[in-house]
Design a protein around this ligand. Structure first.
Ligand code: TRP
Length: 383
């Protein structure tokens, strides 16, 4: 008789089991029918591929930049007044590959599989692969996919690419070239100054108005500066953008709230192009990595709730979503709410998006006091 030693990971829940459980509970928060939820659970498993089988007592498959604890899955809720939030899931299909080139190839293959399943064109993405998926790519990512899980079982698809794939020095030129190939010849010139180009994203599949989105990084961003970054006309007022940064960053009680910089993880803006007549973006989003400016998720939830109420949305769905992801209390960790974003798309009501971590591998410990760079407490300490 041969006795086989238990293999590492045997018996532990898998990444797929954890994230499918989270997804099913979140589908309920998003008001999706059980049949849609079951279908999207299968879609998530297919898009993840073999990594879904990976037991959670093994380390993360790669040190992916997708989330802080390297779970290759992140959820988000697009909150809207008067109805349940829309649920999205971001994932890295190539996370089991051992190099970034393979990661990108696997990601591209996953997009093509989705395109076959739902019969959408990948022409826009295929026209850019030489720019974003070179043979010897730089990091920190190759290709991510986001699925917007709509009623009816056909998700809308977004693909995220790395403008620094040929090196950070070439990122701006890569964004300019990509926008040009997509027909947005004047778009690059319309963008505000930036400290980096973290992502270019494309809407593929079933969208009313597909967007090409450029994400910009802004180091040491202040509310005053954030108020100058929107290029959408008409767009939100500077005051509205300032107010959102001040609230999300926790600076609203600070004496000089417009001038306190986000000195931890940087704020991002996203500029969405949907037509090429005006040369201007039709959408503007400010993303605040709220997790770096809180003691714990209790603070992040309180800020998200004020932002939601301010825009006429009910924070109850966010609370339920957090409970759908984890049984820990918000106060017992920091990072479940990764980002808060204020989204302005022309001709649509303003939207708040909350980005929610799966925390498959790690919960970041809470701080006892507000981080020094988060303004409020340091300001109080000074007085
Ligand atoms: N984890 C990365 C970051 O914090 C990338 C990322 C994941 C991200 N979700 C996001 C960036 C939502 C902006 C918004 O930057």
């Amino acid at each position: 008789m041969t006795v086989t030693a238990p293999r590492p990971g045997e018996g532990a829940p898998t990444l797929g089991a954890l994230t499918v459980g989270q997804l099913l509970r979140l589908c309920d928060v998003a008001g999706l029918a059980p049949a849609d939820a079951e279908h999207y659970a299968a879609v998530l498993l297919t898009a993840l591929g073999p990594v879904a089988e990976r037991p959670l007592d093994l380390p993360p498959p790669t040190r992916t930049f997708l989330s802080d604890d390297h779970t290759p899955v992140e959820f988000s809720l697009a909150h809207l007044p008067g109805r349940p939030p829309a649920l999205r899931v971001l994932l890295e299909p190539g996370c089991l590959e051992d190099d970034l080139a393979g990661n990108g190839r696997r990601g591209l293959a996953a997009v093509h599989e989705l395109a076959r399943a739902w019969n959408f064109s990948t022409a826009q993405l295929d026209a850019l692969t030489d720019l974003f998926l070179p043979d010897d790519p730089h990091g920190p990512l190759a290709l991510w996919i986001a699925l917007e899980l709509r009623a009816g079982g056909v998700p809308a698809v977004k693909v995220y690419l790395n403008p620094a794939a040929s090196g950070p020095r070439h990122a701006a030129a890569t964004v300019r070239e990509a926008l040009g190939r997509l027909g947005h010849r004047d778009a690059f010139a319309a963008l505000p100054e930036a400290d980096g180009y973290p992502f270019l994203a494309l809407d593929l599949g079933d969208w009313d108005t597909p967007r090409a989105k450029v994400y910009l990084r802004h180091d040491d961003l202040t509310a005053a500066r954030a108020g100058t970054l929107c290029r959408t006309v008409p767009g939100p007022s500077a005051e509205e953008i300032e107010e959102f940064l001040t609230l999300a960053g926790g600076f609203d009680g600070a004496r000089d709230r417009l001038r306190v910089p986000l000195a931890g993880r940087p704020g991002l803006t996203c500029h969405a192009f949907t037509e090429n007549r005006t040369g201007l973006p039709s959408g503007f989003t400010l993303h605040i990595p709220v997790r770096d400016y809180v003691r714990h998720d209790g603070d992040a939830l309180a800020r998200a709730a004020s932002a939601l109420r301010r825009y006429g949305m009910n924070p109850a769905a966010l609370r339920r979503a957090m409970a759908a992801l984890t049984s820990r209390r918000p106060e017992d960790g920091a990072g479940l709410i990764a980002y808060l974003a204020l989204v302005h798309q022309q001709d649509r009501p303003a939207r708040i998006t909350t980005y929610l971590s799966a925390e498959a591998y790690e919960v970041r410990a809470p701080l006892v006091r507000m981080p020094a760079h988060a303004g409020v407490l340091s300001d109080m300490e000074m007085s």
